[in-house]
Write a protein that binds this ligand. Structure first.
Ligand code: 5AD
Ligand code: SF4
Length: 456
């Protein structure tokens, strides 16, 4: 922690903000937007919650455990707030979805701002500070969803490093019955491609090498004559970009032109995250996913026929309303059949306001959900290990991202397909973050390839 952060703030110094981010990459991106908006309004930032004048939590509503973590943090802030003049703000999806519950139950909260209300945040914080200074407790709210807000003119303050992110669209119109996102992030809006390309060029100028395009359903990207395939190709053509990734497409409308772009463009990574959710047709129908197991498997076949080296990953929900054991086993079989490289497996978590919460019973016991998750995780680990072991003795091109998680004596990077590779720094002392290097795989676990430098 820097010494400056330890010093109490003087009356003339900017207010210090501490931001905690929960949930997905889109939330991380939104926190970067918030940081940029607050910097322009004269606020400064601290990593140390104890020294902050303002604590903001950018929240996620997608599953119960995300909620619980935020409630836990609010409980920690309560005694701190009694000791000093702290302003607490809850931002993002949970603020949007639980506005009344939060305001009634949580006197700790001064400011509540949904994903489309960030422009008002500096003003709401100033008002909350003024109100506290006068001994009153004004609640500042900005919870209207917008059909237009894309924060087009705001340059997010990203953290530096190798990986940059660009939100290309906001919101979702799919209304999968389990999902709260259409209610918290509102209607689908695509950003102007010119703004996206400007952001990509700016990231390159700042030294970023890899850009990930973000959207709740990138296949729905539309702007004048542009669709997502055209957009990602234009981003990949920006001079200086090494790699472009994207997340996530919906399997119901995966455009052939996007598959062509992934297969052919050397800068677009050979990796597709393709959320399955369930491998059973009745459950898929109840989930409102608009595809069958057969449709999904045909798409996988088309992808692998186009290029066998495209790496697939997925999201799966276990124990959705009324899911029988045999129906779960259809999912298990599908995972086996596809052979994903990795899978995020979740217990179904009923979310307020969703179609499923209104129409279907959340009737699968938590223990059964847990058992199904464990079975899929075990299966996936075995598949991942098998796929990774097949890489042994091969040489892979790796973009160096930084130190390995376990040891700063090791480098960490990713293959084009997004697989993590780790190797000893002493084997390659001359490289830097952002370099593309060749590494020979000598060992593999389910999550990681271990390598050794390979002369070209
Ligand atoms: N319960 C469990 N998982 C969910 N997801 C979305 N909503 C829920 C929910 N209510 C999962 C889906 C989605 C991923 C981002 O989160 O698998 O693809
Ligand atoms: Fe949620 Fe479905 Fe939209 Fe994904 S596509 S954000 S799961 S509603």
């Amino acid at each position: 922690m820097d010494a400056d952060a330890q010093r109490p703030r003087t009356a003339t110094e900017p207010y210090r903000v501490h931001i905690e981010t929960f949930g997905c990459q889109m939330n991380e991106y939104d926190s970067d937007l918030v940081r940029s908006l607050l910097t322009s309004a004269g606020f400064s930032f601290t990593e140390d919650r104890e020294r902050a004048d303002v604590v903001l939590m950018n929240t996620c509503a997608i599953r119960e455990n995300a909620h619980n973590r935020v409630y836990g943090h609010l409980a920690e802030l309560r005694p701190i707030k009694k000791q000093r003049n702290l302003v607490v703000g809850v931002l993002g999806c949970m603020a949007q979805n639980l506005k009344n519950d939060l305001l009634e139950a949580e006197s700790t909260i001064d400011v509540l701002v949904g994903p489309d209300g960030y422009r008002r945040l500096p003003d709401l914080i100033h008002r909350a500070i003024a109100s506290r200074d006068h001994g009153t407790t004004l609640k500042g709210l900005s919870l209207d969803l917008s059909e237009y807000e894309t924060y087009e003119d705001i340059v997010p303050e990203q953290h530096g490093g190798v990986n940059g992110w660009i939100a290309v669209m906001r919101g979702c119109d799919n209304f999968c019955t389990f999902c709260v996102v259409p209610y918290t992030r509102g209607r689908e809006r695509s950003r102007d491609p010119e703004g996206i390309l400007r952001e990509a060029r700016r990231l390159v100028a700042q030294g970023y090498k890899q850009v990930t395009l973000l959207g709740q359903n990138v296949n729905s990207y539309r702007y004048d004559g542009w669709d997502f395939a055209r957009l990602i190709t234009a981003v990949a053509d920006v001079a200086g970009i090494e790699r472009v990734r994207f997340t996530s497409p919906h399997p119901k409308d995966f455009p052939p032109a996007l598959l062509d772009a992934v297969a052919e463009h050397p800068k677009i990574c050979k990796q597709i995250h393709l959320p399955l959710q369930s491998g059973n047709d009745r459950i898929l129908h109840l989930m409102g996913r608009s595809y069958t197991r057969k449709d999904y498997l045909s798409l996988v076949e088309a992808i692998h026929a186009r290029r066998a080296d495209i790496v697939l990953s997925t999201d799966i929900i276990c124990g959705f309303c009324t899911e029988h054991e045999e129906e779960f086993l259809d999912t298990h079989r599908t995972v086996q059949e596809v052979g994903y490289h990795s899978a995020f497996v979740f217990k179904y978590s009923e979310r307020k306001h969703t179609i499923a919460a209104r129409k279907y019973p959340d009737d699968i016991p938590d223990t059964v959900k847990g058992e199904r998750v464990a079975k899929l995780v075990d299966l996936q680990k075995a598949i991942s290990l098998g796929l990774n072991q097949r890489m042994i003795d091969r040489t892979v091109r790796v973009l160096v991202e930084g130190d390995a998680k376990r040891s700063s004596d090791q480098w960490m990077g990713r293959t084009d397909g997004g697989i993590t590779v780790v190797w000893e720094k002493q084997d390659m002392p001359y490289i830097r973050y952002g370099d593309l290097v060749s590494v020979k795989v000598i060992r593999a676990s389910a999550t990681t390839l271990f390598g050794r430098p390979h002369p070209l």
